[in-house]
Design a protein. Structure first.
Lengths: 115, 111
């Protein structure tokens, strides 16, 4: 069981540029979550997918943010026209429905720095 | 999901048990208590969860009071590698509900 992976691990970009992050969930996990974490705070929920359907989005997910999970496996999170306030750790988690617990397992995160 | 209250920080000597408390006085009957930890600059790591019975796994034990209004995470023999921020989260399990993280307890394990 290879765990959740995220790519890249670090990204430095200039304000106004677009960035895209990828998350590969644990194999067979049908739910995938995105969170954002700023310095000194706990992670905050952004959005989640069940299979390929995006079922919930946080108010934190402005119209510059878009997430996809086209085949129900990996997911991408794109930020357009980045701002300095987007600097954060972006975390992905996955879970498997059934069995009652739906425990989320996190990846290592992508640290974004917007200059 | 019910809110949780945790101490901001705690210290523990290496080799001793670390007991991390969590209050969740508004927990409802179908809400589980989850514990995660986050070591510096890594993603959160799942530790354990429970509904009303005490639970134990290879990482830790979870003790939930009979009224379910509080719980304690126990690391039986803390090591330096257990230094991390520990989050107690209450969540309705089985649904696709998000995890709502607070600021957690920063546990410092010392020699």
């Amino acid at each position: 069981d290879t765990g959740v992976s995220q790519d890249p691990r670090h990204k430095i970009t200039k304000r106004g540029q677009n960035v895209t992050f990828r998350c590969d969930p644990i194999s067979e996990h049908n739910r995938l979550y995105w969170y954002r974490q700023t310095l000194g705070q706990g992670p905050e929920f952004l959005t989640y997918f069940q299979n390929e359907a995006q079922l919930e989005k946080s108010r934190l997910l402005s119209d510059r943010f878009s997430a996809e999970r086209p085949k129900g496996s990996f997911s991408t999170l794109e930020i357009q026209r980045t701002e300095q306030g987007d600097s954060a750790m972006y975390l992905c988690a996955s879970s498997l429905t059934g069995g009652g617990t739906d425990t989320q397992y996190f990846g290592p995160g992508t640290r974004l720095t917007v200059l | 999901d019910a809110k949780t209250t945790q101490p901001t920080s705690m210290d523990c000597a290496e080799g001793r048990a670390a007991n991390l408390p969590c209050n969740h006085s508004t927990i409802s009957g179908n809400e589980y208590v989850y514990w995660y930890r986050q070591i510096h600059s890594q993603g959160p790591q799942y530790i354990i969860h429970g509904l009303k019975n005490n639970e134990t796994n290879e990482m830790a034990s979870l003790i939930i009071t009979e009224d379910r209004k509080s719980s304690t995470l126990i690391l039986p023999h803390a090591t330096l590698r257990d230094t991390a921020v520990y989050y107690c989260i209450v969540r309705t399990s089985g649904t696709a509900s998000k995890l709502t993280f607070g600021t957690g307890t920063r546990l410092q394990v010392t020699l």
